[in-house]
Write a protein that binds this ligand. Structure first.
Ligand SMILES: Nc1ncnc2c1ncn2[C@@H]1O[C@H](COP(=O)(O)OP(=O)(O)OP(=O)(O)O)[C@@H](O)[C@H]1O
Length: 449
């Protein structure tokens, strides 16, 4: 490695830091407190080792690693990958052992305890994926690979960790390797450089469960070649491979056909966006883990679940933001008024501001092929009555209208009739999937996620 002198390294890093500062990649306070004290320990053709004094520096730098890599790459005018180490970690190491240590780190247990089957909320959107994940804990190798795909933030990584935790808890003698595809590429590039590919292959071929996250990132061709061999070996030894991706195997770009055809030969299961009740249950679950004793009203959970059920990560982020603001502004409880005030600038929330009872009635009528007159009438024909229940439900859910006011919109019905109509729909939504689907579709039509 050491073809650069200390002087060179200092200059390169100073230029990189200057570039980061000129581009305002961090605000000044963060830069001065957490970034400035880093140094460049060593570099070679494609890897750079950056050293920082404390864990917090490391964490912040890791969160911004892509930007840091790109700044260093600009200074050196070639693509670089960075590794961040604590000063204490490198003090006793030679550069070669730093490389080895980096490899070792990839084999360390990366299963996150906080993601398990117990705290994975099951709903229609993810039931199959959860069942398949649990199944491979009991019957490894039955479906190989298990390929879980779906949009970002819907629980694929959560399920991988849940498999890892379940296996390690119930069969502690089993070896489980969770690996993020990009780290896998780094590991293999490194191994190729250090002529340790055979070692790495041997270590991986010993695992009982190989859990590969975000396979769409395995686009480096030499890595695919090695992975292909490893894959065949693990499958022939009846080891379980679980893969996640943001798309179906057949739609993967930049992955060789022979891999795609193997990925398709196991069990491919999609994971979808949680429906309203599941989204709300996830929010409740996330609340259980919180230490703060701030009370949040149920209506606020409805409010968040309605708007963000297409991405669980966003659901969580919204909840975190609310709690953070509650600590700042100290309201007695987090109620709808407080939440609305906090999110008034957020475009995802303001969408529902344009919704009116008339728009809801029109969307429901369009969906069921009814007229406005029919939905407002006293008719008890099932089709019309159900459509009316849904419209009432949506008025209450999205516009928080008092029952009496909704009654006015539906042929001057009284408060108690509307209340029972609303409750009927809440019950039917729990029991009947067809209604859940209808509500989702009508909400989509209204521009609500
Ligand atoms: N059904 C669920 N129950 C509880 N938490 C969930 C559920 N689905 C997702 N989450 C939570 O949502 C967050 C994002 O999930 P995760 O990281 O697993 O998404 P992902 O599908 O792997 O996304 P990406 O493709 O971006 O990596 C995590 O905190 C996870 O715990």
């Amino acid at each position: 490695m050491a073809e650069y002198t200390n002087q060179n390294l200092k200059k390169i890093w100073q230029d990189t830091l200057d570039l980061i500062q000129t581009n305002h990649d961090f605000d000044n306070a963060i830069f001065n407190t957490w970034i400035k004290d880093s140094s460049l320990y060593d570099i070679d053709e494609e890897f750079a080792i950056i050293v920082v004094p404390y864990k917090i520096n490391k964490q912040i730098m890791l969160e911004n690693i892509l930007m840091i890599q790109s700044r260093l790459s600009s200074v050196l005018e070639k693509d670089m990958q960075c590794q961040i180490f604590l000063k204490a970690e490198v003090d006793n190491l030679t550069p070669n052992s730093v490389v080895k240590r980096r490899n070792d780190e990839l084999f360390e247990n990366k299963i996150k305890k906080q993601y398990n089957f117990d705290n994975f909320i099951i709903g229609k959107s993810n039931r199959d994926a959860q069942a398949a994940a649990l199944n491979c804990c009991y019957y490894p190798g039955n479906y190989n690979p298990l390929f879980i795909y779906g949009n970002s933030g819907l629980g694929k990584t959560h399920l991988l960790h849940a498999i890892g935790n379940y296996v390690l808890e119930n069969q502690p003698d089993k070896q489980v390797l969770y690996i993020y595809s990009e780290d896998f590429v780094t590991l293999l590039i490194d191994a190729m450089k250090n002529k340790t590919v055979e070692d790495v292959k041997e270590r991986i071929s010993k695992v009982d469960y190989l859990l590969i996250d975000d396979i769409q990132r395995l686009t480096q061709s030499a890595s695919q070649e090695i992975f292909f061999n490893l894959y065949n070996k693990l499958v022939s030894d009846n080891k379980q491979i679980v893969i996640t991706s943001d798309m179906h195997p057949a739609e993967l770009k930049g992955i060789e056909n022979r891999l795609i055809s193997r990925f398709s030969s196991g069990l491919s299961i999609t994971i979808g966006s949680p429906e309203f009740e599941t989204a709300k249950a996830i929010l409740r679950k996330k609340l259980e883990g919180r230490q703060d004793d701030i009370i949040i009203e149920d209506a606020v959970l409805d409010y968040i679940a309605t708007r963000f059920s297409s991405d669980v990560r966003k659901l969580e982020g919204t909840l975190n933001e609310l709690f953070f603001k509650a600590i700042l502004y100290n309201p007695e409880t987090i109620n709808l008024e407080f939440a609305k005030e906090i999110f008034k600038e957020d475009p995802s929330f303001s969408k529902s501001e344009n919704i009116t009872p008339a728009k809801i009635k029109k969307a429901v009528c369009d969906f069921y092929g009814l007229t406005k007159h029919q939905i407002e009438s006293k008719s008890r024909t099932a089709n019309i009555a159900n459509a009316r229940h849904i419209a009432v439900y949506l008025c209450r859910k999205h516009l928080e209208m008092p029952f009496a006011k909704i009654g006015f919109e539906f042929g001057n019905r009284d408060h108690s009739t509307i209340m029972s109509s609303y409750e009927k729909m809440v019950k039917m939504l729990k029991e009947k999937e067809s209604f859940q689907q209808a509500v989702i579709k009508i909400e989509n039509k209204l521009g609500i996620h």
